[in-house]
Design a protein around this ligand. Structure first.
Ligand SMILES: [Mg+2]
Ligand SMILES: [Zn+2]
Length: 154
């Protein structure tokens, strides 16, 4: 696999409208995608960046959703992208409770798994997220960070 940079997108608050605090999106009907995110993804596709979503979904550990539910959401998002002429290459999910794994952001586990799978050029890669967890993930992996808020770059 050719070594390429990647853009790591956070999901909630970046690709789709965040659920209310303490709640989770478990069904496609609850998902509202931000329109401009398709343009960002298309731009990164054209720049030959891998486009990867990294998302903490503690709702799986707590039993609010199953990993099948979350996979269905991600298949839906991937399909909406393809319908708009852009492509998300992969999704990585941390399904674990806090302080129980090495992949819950800002820990680097999902990024390291992606690097292993896709041969990613980390120093040229970046994180786009709406929270300090995403900022700290970028810092922990020596990547640049771009803050997004409600579907807009800040
Ligand atoms: Mg977020
Ligand atoms: Zn985890």
């Amino acid at each position: 696999l050719r070594c390429r940079p990647a853009v790591f997108f956070d999901r909630d608050g970046v690709i789709n409208v965040s659920p209310p605090r303490g709640e989770y999106i478990t069904k496609v009907e609850q998902l509202t995608l931000f329109d401009n995110v398709f343009d960002w993804i298309r731009l990164f596709n054209e720049l030959d960046f891998l486009v990867i979503v990294v998302t903490n979904q503690r709702c799986i550990a707590t039993g609010i959703a199953t990993s099948t539910d979350i996979d269905a959401l991600h298949r839906h998002i991937a399909g909406e992208c393809l319908a708009r002429g852009c492509r998300i290459d992969d999704f990585f999910v941390c399904p674990h409770a806090a302080d129980s794994c090495n992949c819950r952001k800002p820990k680097p586990g999902m990024v390291l798994a992606a690097v292993h799978k896709w041969n990613i050029d980390l120093p040229k890669s970046l994180v786009i997220g709406d929270s300090d967890l995403d900022r700290d993930l970028a810092r922990n992996c020596d990547m640049r960070f771009v803050r997004a808020e409600n579907g807009r770059l800040r």
